[in-house]
Design a binder for this molecule. Structure first.
Ligand SMILES: C[S@@+](CC[C@H](N)C(=O)[O-])C[C@H]1O[C@@H](n2cnc3c(N)ncnc32)[C@H](O)[C@@H]1O
Length: 247
């Protein structure tokens, strides 16, 4: 029987500062006694959560972080676990449900959506995601690299605009190059590409280039790479994928 008095908020804090957070996310943080999250994300919202108990956790300890959040909420504390962007997009939402099932903790889990990095970056670049698009993470920590390459190829063949998350890390430097080479089999070298680092944060960086030139720009784990479809063009310095209207 679900214990309805106990709530764990899984909060999407958006890409950067508070003004990109939803009202629902702000309300959930205000309602919480304890805030749990990776320290970079906590630092983005520190002004808002000064009067709360803060539990910062390391990047890799996701399962432990979820277990702790569920146990605290089950012990009648109001708890929020935070994810950057949207918690349902490579965030904490799924793993919270899985750990709750494994630990047999039957409380209400409330997932609060946020502005995901793809939407934030698209708004900065112009309007590159106006038509069908695919989001693909190049991280092979939890997904087999052969499967990732297959998805890149199928999205390229299908002429989807593509937004790459986790495009390149210090150790994983070749995946972005291999991805670009797969794309070039199906798309022109001049296809527009937008690179956005730290979207909506103080140190935001934005580049618009093309498939041929994209590897000459800085790409890391704080970056998303948006590759246009075969109709994407540059209008007044902005990247635009036409929806198909007759003008
Ligand atoms: C594990 S995923 C988390 C995605 C997050 N849940 C979301 O909805 O945006 C981490 C990746 O998201 C992308 N990312 C997240 N926030 C970003 C931002 N503000 N600017 C650019 N890329 C970002 C980067 O590609 C990063 O490697």
């Amino acid at each position: 029987m679900m214990n309805k008095d106990r709530i764990l908020y899984v909060v999407g804090i958006g890409p950067g500062h508070m003004n990109n957070m939803t009202k629902e996310a702000i309300d959930a943080l205000e309602d919480s006694e304890i805030i749990i999250g990776y320290k970079t994300y906590i630092s983005l919202i520190e002004d808002m959560v000064k009067d709360k108990e803060i539990v910062e956790s390391p990047m890799k300890g996701e399962v432990e972080r979820c277990k702790m959040a569920l146990e605290l909420a089950n012990n009648s504390k109001k708890v929020a676990i935070v994810s950057s962007g949207d918690p349902g997009v490579y965030g904490m939402a799924g793993i919270i449900y899985e750990v709750a099932e494994r630990e047999n903790i039957d409380i209400e889990i409330k997932v609060i959506p946020g502005v995901t990095a793809a939407s934030a970056a698209a708004s900065i670049l112009g309007a590159p995601l106006m038509h069908d698009f695919a989001i693909i993470s190049l991280s092979d920590l939890l997904t087999d690299w052969e499967l990732i390459k297959r998805r890149v190829q199928l999205a390229a063949e299908g002429d989807f605009a593509i937004c790459l998350y986790n495009p390149k890390s210090k150790k994983r430097v070749e995946h972005i190059k291999i991805t670009r080479d797969i794309m070039l089999k199906f798309r022109a070298p001049e296809t527009p590409v937008g690179i956005v680092k730290n979207a909506k944060r103080d140190d935001e960086e934005v580049f618009i280039t093309n498939l041929k030139g994209m590897l000459d720009y800085p790409i890391d784990m704080f970056t998303v790479v948006l590759i246009g479809n075969s109709n994407t063009k540059i209008i007044n310095g902005k990247m635009v994928t036409p929806r198909g209207y007759n003008l």
